[in-house]
Design a protein around this ligand. Structure first.
Ligand SMILES: Cc1cc2nc3c(=O)[nH]c(=O)nc-3n(C[C@H](O)[C@H](O)[C@H](O)COP(=O)(O)O)c2cc1C
Length: 420
């Protein structure tokens, strides 16, 4: 019986278990989760989404408060163009996040960081350059460039001493996006060290339109593998999105994939950064509770559980404190939608905004429950208690289930307290 452990992911001189835990912002793919994946010989991602919020929470820094205090005068203004990030604080926070994660790393695996281009932060280039450089300075093993085409991102760090030594990868959802990236970066004479091919069933933002259901991960992966072979480009391909069992993963390895990236199955692990009550919502979700909608101000469709409290909420934009999605001119689609609703309902204290969400606030508060299309199967991966709640799993259990299972099987955990 073939199993995922029969294969290895080769990245330069590293030979890894071919399991990559995907980046999940804001701190859902926590340091705890990433270092477990690395300890077990795979690749674990942390994310730099809202990194100042993450360090404030974890290390009692006060970055968010400082930014909010600085721009307090602007809270009632529609014009957010003056709300800038303090780049030194951004460097400090990124370093702290990466260094503390790496200081706890054991085992032969690697820890990468997920950097989303759509976190434009009112100064897209400057902030992305600082984020990537600080992560490299702090010793991160690799950077995965996500949520965007990243046509100029490699160039932002081409002078960094670790530009050629750190692993740099990109996430694409089509052959065309990969071709565009390779063309725009040919001058740098530096290929990506891996390409994550994310299909339409993934969690988070999708690299597809609302016609996502017409696409199929295996077809896109086959096209990309064929293209790379024809061009004699030796870039490991890592499919992602809807790979739910070890057998699903093996099918991609048999096609010629180098490894797989998985996320949803880890959302209900103890190490995952979601609050425990939200993990129970993931367990409980049925197939028709999961939708792809367009409420993310990034402009990309996003998949989430319909009951997410952030859907329809009309909170005042929190850009002075957060502001991660402000474009280069201080604009965000949520601010526009919010102002429209305020104007349409004069005097009302609580308004609802249905078409967009304040993603920074709600991701920070774990109120947008993004998930992969197969999250409804999570209930089949654990044990249900008499009170209706589900037993959380360890990241090790899920990782090893992917690594060793055969025949479409999913191994259930030992009941808690069984050996007590
Ligand atoms: C809760 C959650 C949050 C996610 N956040 C991000 C993110 O911040 N950046 C990103 O590039 N991908 C994000 N993703 C996508 C995953 O990294 C991964 O590629 C994808 O979900 C894999 O498909 P699967 O969940 O079906 O295994 C997220 C996925 C989930 C489930």
């Amino acid at each position: 019986m073939p199993r995922l452990d029969d294969y290895r992911l080769r990245l330069g001189r590293h030979e890894l278990v071919p399991i990559v835990t995907g980046g999940m912002g804001v701190d859902i793919s926590s340091a705890d989760l990433a270092i477990e994946a690395a300890r077990l010989g795979g690749v674990g991602h942390i994310s730099d989404a809202m990194v100042k919020t993450v360090t404030d929470r974890r290390f009692k820094t006060k970055y968010v408060k400082a930014k909010q205090a600085m721009y307090k005068h602007n809270v009632d203004s529609d014009d957010k163009s003056s709300v800038k990030f303090n780049l030194e604080h951004l460097v400090e926070a990124t370093r702290m996040h990466v260094e503390t994660t790496l200081s706890r790393k054991t085992g032969s695996g690697l820890v990468f960081i997920n950097c989303m281009e759509k976190l434009t932060m009112n100064a897209p280039k400057e902030t992305l350059k600082v984020r990537m450089s600080a992560a490299l300075d702090a010793g991160i093993d690799g950077i995965t460039l996500a949520a965007g085409l990243h046509l100029g991102s490699f160039a932002l760090i081409e002078d960094h001493p670790r530009f050629r030594d750190a692993k740099l990868g990109i996430i694409v959802s089509s052959l065309r996006a990969l071709q565009l990236f390779l063309k725009k970066n040919s001058r740098l004479n530096r290929l990506p060290d891996y390409v994550v091919v994310e299909g339409p069933l993934a969690g988070g933002h999708l690299g597809f339109g609302m016609d996502w259901a017409q696409y199929d991960l295996a077809t896109i992966v086959a096209e990309i593998l064929q293209y790379l072979k024809a061009e004699r480009l030796d870039i490991p391909v890592i499919p992602a999105g809807g790979i739910f069992t070890g057998s699903d993963a093996v099918r991609f390895m048999q096609m010629g994939a180098a490894g797989v990236q998985v996320a949803t199955r880890f959302t209900i692990t103890r190490e995952c950064g979601l609050p425990d009550e939200v993990k129970q919502e993931y367990f409980k979700a049925n197939e028709d509770d999961i939708e792809v909608n367009q409420i993310s101000p990034t402009g990309y469709p996003m998949r989430m559980i319909k009951g997410s409290p952030g859907i329809g909420d009309g909170i005042r934009p929190n850009c002075e404190a957060y502001g991660y999605l402000l474009d280069a001119n201080g604009k965000c689609a949520y601010i526009t939608a919010y102002n429209r609703e305020v104007a349409a309902h004069p005097g009302e204290r609580r308004i609802s905004v249905m078409d967009k969400t304040c993603l920074c606030t709600h991701m920070r508060n774990f109120e947008i429950w993004t998930c992969g299309q197969l999250a409804w199967r999570l209930k089949d991966t654990s044990i249900r208690h008499a009170d209706g709640s589900y037993q959380l799993l360890s990241a090790e259990h899920v990782f090893q289930d992917y690594q060793f299972s055969t025949d479409e099987q999913i191994r259930l955990p030992e009941p808690e307290g069984a050996n007590a």
